[in-house]
Design a protein around this ligand. Sequence first.
Ligand code: ASP
Length: 322
Amino acid sequence: MSFVTLDMIKKYAIAIHGGAGTILRVNMNNEIEQKYKTALNESIMAGENILINSGLAIDAVEASIRSLENNPLFNAGKGSVFSYEGEHEMDASIMNGKDLMAGAVAGVKNVKNPITLAKSVMQYSNHVFIAGQGAEVFAKQLNIEMAPNEYFFEQMRYNQLIQAKSNNRVDLDHVDNKFENSEKKFGTVGAVALDIFGNLAAGTSTGGMTNKKHGRIGDTPIIGAGTYANNQTCAVSCTGHGEFFIRSVVAYDISCLIEYKGFSLKEACNLVVKDKLIKIGGEGGLIALDAKGNIELSFNSEGMYRASKIANENVYIGIYKD
Ligand code: ASP
């Protein structure tokens, strides 16, 4: 039997994102804004419910991401975008900061919650990263919930594919030219958490990019690019134009700046998001959390769907640049 003594009890913290991009107040109406806020709040609550009951950061990350994957507002799980072939190929990854264990899946179809499959790869396989059909076979072996194509069909996403094809463009989650400031969003979802035992964890899940080529994989399932967690440094989950995030090894870069250069979490995020990424044209953002419970919600785009909660404090929810 294991006891939790008082000196072991630290503050827990959690942060989530639902994608970044050209998210402008002028293009939003109250009803839609409220829907996003409700979804972000529900996701925070799903994770917090685990942390407040002395659960582990890795389980909180999974719970928060599942909540977003089940909501068609976001480009992950149910709301995943269409590929060029009119399919949904989803990517996800998760990492445990305590032992540096990680799991990832890429290009999976018909898996209701890819983050749960990524966690199962970490827990029940000898591998870190399984792609495509192999990952689907593994999911079926473990009785992970599958869903038919119709479950993932959202008319709005299909319209985005038609639009992207007509412009001969690989689009981010969403580009809407009906607005004066053409709207451009990445709707990937992610979570980072710190549990009362001092463990950090991070996870990210996405449908990728509209009209992407069959087999294209972004940063989301790549450990070190879209997701990273290490109890000694931080937990990071990214959203943005994946090709740039892969080339910049964004999540691990943040961790390295802390580990090798003694940067604070804020300094590391500022350098990577507001300087290094911008210089190579990488639009997007990330959420990061360190073992002291410091949270950074950093982006170089017009907005990022984001929320955070520290034990005994109020929930913070943000959409636009402040
Ligand atoms: N990073 C994701 C990708 O490139 C897209 C996103 O963040 O929405 O697949």
